[in-house]
Design a protein around this ligand. Structure first.
Ligand SMILES: [Zn+2]
Length: 158
């Protein structure tokens, strides 16, 4: 899994030696050297090598893993920074408010919880062939502070 680097740390108007760039981004000097081999431009091909901030920023951004959209049946795992199909192909649907809810599953790779917001209308399209469980009303009462009295209240006002 490719790491994300903080391109925002790199100042456009200065140049960096390899050790400086490495320290700035928290990577090994060898990583910077490898980037140069991979095409990161250097100011002059002589020692010590200097990298222009603008080039370094552009290079980091180009290598940044794209945030991939989730396909049907996938949810985004923040820890893995990638869309994942939940373990055992199951997800829970947790209603949040009218017509909306949260799909929750388990990341098969890191074991963390993965989530995806969804509207009731799109559950079918979003879930694909996952089996979606709706936790029972009883367990839902603990999750959701949305009491029925709210609904009654809304009705009263109209
Ligand atoms: Zn994960």
């Amino acid at each position: 899994m490719a790491r994300r680097y903080n391109a925002g740390l790199v100042k456009r108007h200065r140049s960096y030696s390899i050790p400086e760039a490495a320290a700035l981004l928290g990577v090994h000097k060898h990583t910077i050297s490898r980037w140069i081999d991979d095409g990161l431009p250097v100011i002059e091909r002589k020692r010590p090598l200097l990298i222009h901030g603008t080039d370094l920023r552009a290079f980091i951004k180009a290598r940044q893993p794209k945030k991939q959209p989730c396909r049907p049946g996938e949810m985004f795992c923040v820890r893995c920074s990638a869309p994942k199909r939940p373990a055992y192909d199951v997800a829970d649907f947790i209603p949040t408010k009218a017509g909306r809810g949260l799909l929750r599953g388990l990341c098969p790779d890191c074991g963390g919880l993965i989530h995806r917001f969804v509207t009731e209308a799109k559950i079918g399209a979003v879930c694909g062939d996952l089996s979606v469980a709706r936790p029972t009303a009883q367990s839902r009462m603990c999750d959701s502070p949305a009491p029925l009295s709210n609904v009654a209240f809304e009705k009263d006002r109209t």
